[in-house]
Design a protein around this ligand. Sequence first.
Ligand code: PLP
Length: 387
Amino acid sequence: MTDGVDRGDGTRVVSAGRSGFGRALAGPLWSAAVWESADLDEGRRRATGSRPGEFYARYSNPTVRAFEEAITELEGAEDALAFGSGMGAISSVLLALCSSGDHVVASRQLYAGTSALLSGPLARFGVSTTFVDGTDAEAIAAAVEPGRTTVVIVESPSNPLLGVVDLAALGSIAGPFTVVDATFATPLGQRTLDFGVDLVVHSATKGISGHNDVTLGVIAGERDLVEAVWAYSVLHGSVASPADAQSAVRGLRTLDVRLARQSASALELARRLEGHSSVAAVHHPGLESHPQAALVRAQMHSTGSMLSFELTGGLEAARRLHDGVSLVRRATSLGGTETLMCHPASTTHVSLSEKERRSIGVTDGLLRVSVGLEDVDDLWSDLSPLL
Ligand code: PLP
């Protein structure tokens, strides 16, 4: 048997998550918040060093570090840094890299929390944002203002319409830091940093941990950049819980098999929905009809667990299906073992105005599904009578 985790591109990571485990097959859970120093000089060394181990858990924790090392390896990065949530990661990156007067270019198809952070608190602190169509690489590059734009932030694939950003085009933009939220892809579905992007971000609450029992975020990239974010993060304080990091390492061990099953089921459901007369459109990166199918093939190793679809009957049809399912659970998260359905216009995107929702394709008849590990025929039996 070959040891390790399949990265999704045919290569395997042998030691992912093994750090600090010694000969045990699972790592220790370090719950300690603080460590004793032997003397004054050691105390000073730890207080002034970068990411010191065995000092104070807001600075670093060995169990969290094991998770960060696993992500470093899976992403092909120099380093990684975990946070208490995906939003903890995103807000720390933006606040670490932006100053008053700076400019950000952001995809319009971002997680609503990220958009709200840019349009609310960051705007209040004098950081302006230009929102562009994230599927249009030329529009992203054209919005960059030399000398003023410090960050370009996008999501690929995007929520909830599964649009894809041309990562190679993004990675070739000179000047600003390029940041990709790859939560929908997971580290196995897409090797984001290979395209020259500076930082990859994940809500590890989702597919990485994979069981809907963890709240966690992580970034990965070059060491200097990750350390710069770390220096800010100790002030921000969105600290990853060691217990969640431990669960996420366990989640990583099965990510390749979960993702393979979820991707296959999601594609099968997307195809069945596409053939149904009550369905006006289906959005899934694995469909031949995806508007960026060639780009998906070029940059994704797995097309993932997410799909969304639009019902011809609008809100009432969406309500009937959403409220009627029984195997599928009504919840807004994604990437876990259970299949979840949400109505983006009422949940993830409810804070946007109707005009804003319409501009990004979040209509009243749109439903989003995160496909879990159930039998695909059972899922279809749950959905199809309600279509
Ligand atoms: N990024 C994406 C793409 C998400 O879907 C989410 C949450 O749904 C987040 C970031 C925020 O992650 P968290 O809920 O872990 O803060």
